[in-house]
Design a binder for this molecule. Structure first.
Ligand code: PMP
Length: 306
């Protein structure tokens, strides 16, 4: 159970971190957020937070779309989060949710002349998709929010209605997740995760101009494939029909981590279960995030034990 939150400039008991029903962000979706994972290393009895600074840099970028007056640097937000995690003392994997929101209790649709507030809370967190080695996926009937309507590069609370529609449609139809196409009819990503396919030994992922969120896990995988696995990465648009003939496909993201796609629209991808390249990337990723690869300790923030 979560005990604390960072709220209105200080760490307070979670019960005190409350906003009014009149809060602007609650009424109009005028907020931005981040999602960060902490990994518990049982052997070392140590909690590591993965790429926290990068997440806070993107968080602040998302705030720019909202004309947010941000009182904190990414480094300060890292410090605050470490303090919060020290107090919570999680001895298991956890999730960190920073939230920036228009905090005024005001009516009127705009993003200017409103007070910005930052809150952070953490909670224990396990799997996001149950079958991580074989997710059943559909192509969504929804289209990915277009950058001409809402900045697709921002993690903006209001635009997650788009993700929620995709996820719920997929699950109510018996799938684990949906893949969303963009306005050009080409693949963008999953409802809350980026996507890679494997064709002839090469990794292919959709480019930033496909209206994807510029994922930190995606960037991590591109780096690891090229630097550690000698696997080429191609960043280019992917057609829906390519999903059906891919040798492997997987989702990646902070929440989902790395999840192999077993089928798309009832068609098996490759052998219909996790493929060799996905498995290698997944194994390496989990060793890195849990602090078992000294070379990549620079991506981890250890939370001092209290
Ligand atoms: N796309 C969307 C729409 C997301 O919500 C997320 C999760 N933040 C991602 C991709 C993956 O991004 P990241 O790897 O930075 O978590």
């Amino acid at each position: 159970m979560t005990k604390y939150a960072f709220f209105e400039g200080e760490i307070v008991p979670i019960e005190e971190a409350k906003v009014s029903i009149m809060t602007h962000a609650l009424n109009y979706g005028t907020g931005a957020f981040a999602g960060i994972r902490g990994y518990w290393n049982e052997e070392q009895e140590q909690l590591y937070v993965f790429r926290m600074l990068d997440h806070y840099r993107r968080f602040i970028q998302s705030g720019k779309y909202l004309l947010a007056q941000m009182d904190y640097t990414p480094e300060q937000l890292v410090e605050i989060t470490v303090e919060l995690l020290k107090l919570e003392g999680w001895r298991q994997d956890c999730y960190i949710r920073p939230l920036l929101y228009k905090a005024d209790t005001a009516i009127g649709i705009r993003i200017h002349d409103l007070r910005d507030a930052v809150a952070i809370f953490t909670l224990p967190f396990g799997k996001y998709i149950q079958d991580e080695e074989g997710a059943k996926v559909c192509t969504s009937s929804w289209r990915r929010v277009d950058d001409t309507a809402i900045p697709a590069r921002g993690k903006l609370t209001g635009s997650y209605i788009n993700s929620a529609l995709i996820k719920t449609e997929a699950m109510l139809n018996g799938f684990d997740e949906g893949i969303v196409l963009n306005q050009n009819g080409q693949v963008a990503e999953g409802s809350a995760e980026n996507l890679f396919i494997v064709r002839e030994g090469r990794l292919i992922t959709t480019p930033v101009y496909s209206n994807i969120l510029e994922g930190i896990t995606r960037r991590t995988i591109m780096h690891l494939a090229q630097e550690e696995m000698n696997v080429e990465v191609e960043e280019r648009p992917i057609d829906r029909s390519e999903l059906y003939v891919a040798d492997e496909a997987f989702f990646c993201g902070t929440g989902v981590q790395i999840v192999a796609i077993a089928s798309v629209d009832h068609r098996p991808v490759g052998e219909g279960r996790i493929g060799p390249i996905t498995r290698r990337i997944r194994d390496l990723y989990f060793r890195i995030v849990r602090g078992q690869e000294p070379k990549y300790r620079r991506w981890l923030t250890p939370v001092p034990k209290t």
